[in-house]
Write a protein that binds this ligand. Sequence first.
Ligand code: DX5
Ligand code: ZN
Length: 218
Amino acid sequence: HDGVRINPSILAADFANMEASLARIQGADFVHVDVMDNHFVPNLTFGPQMVRRIQETSTVPLDVHLMIEAPERWAPEYAELGAASVTFHLEASAEPVTLARRLRAMGARAGVAVKPATPVENLYDVLDEFDQILVMTVEPGFGGQSFMPETMPKLTALAAEARRRGSAVWLQVDGGIGESTIAQAAEAGADTFVAGSAVFGASDPDAAITSLRAAAAS
Ligand code: DX5
Ligand code: ZN
């Protein structure tokens, strides 16, 4: 896969036909699962009970994105139910490194996410405590928003730091990623791309994944 990962967000899928939706993204690297609590973000989705059934149903590993307060309380449950990757928000976490270590000890990849206005300099010295850093390219909370190009300098800087330190951390982008924006995110240093409406809004989601992958690699 040329080091490019495409993670469709099921936020844009049909919640009443989740099994069928999952069957249409067999070419994905991970299924991106947006957990929202109506506190950290002004929207509400689902919790561990729903995610457990998605985990049991999906043949593609889960990439859980927690847009919630108190991730220390909830994140371990998602590692426990078998999510391949669990990402919590830096803004919501009192002890991000401690939580990442706990998730890794449970066998999950540990991710930390930052909202568009949150600086990333404080992460430079702890890059290797995480398996992925998610730079939000919209304000978290809703699918279908427009990509914010002003977030790209943070990716460029993170990519340079990762290279300088020989870090294998993955750099993920999420929000407004599609045919017309994925190349600039890849150019800035992203290697892992979340896409909701661009995949599930397409008539053939697996074909959309293939063409996003090609656009990111070009
Ligand atoms: C937004 C979510 C995203 C969302 C992306 O808060 O974190 O994962 O599903 O949707 P699109 O790709 O439609 O912008
Ligand atoms: Zn997300």
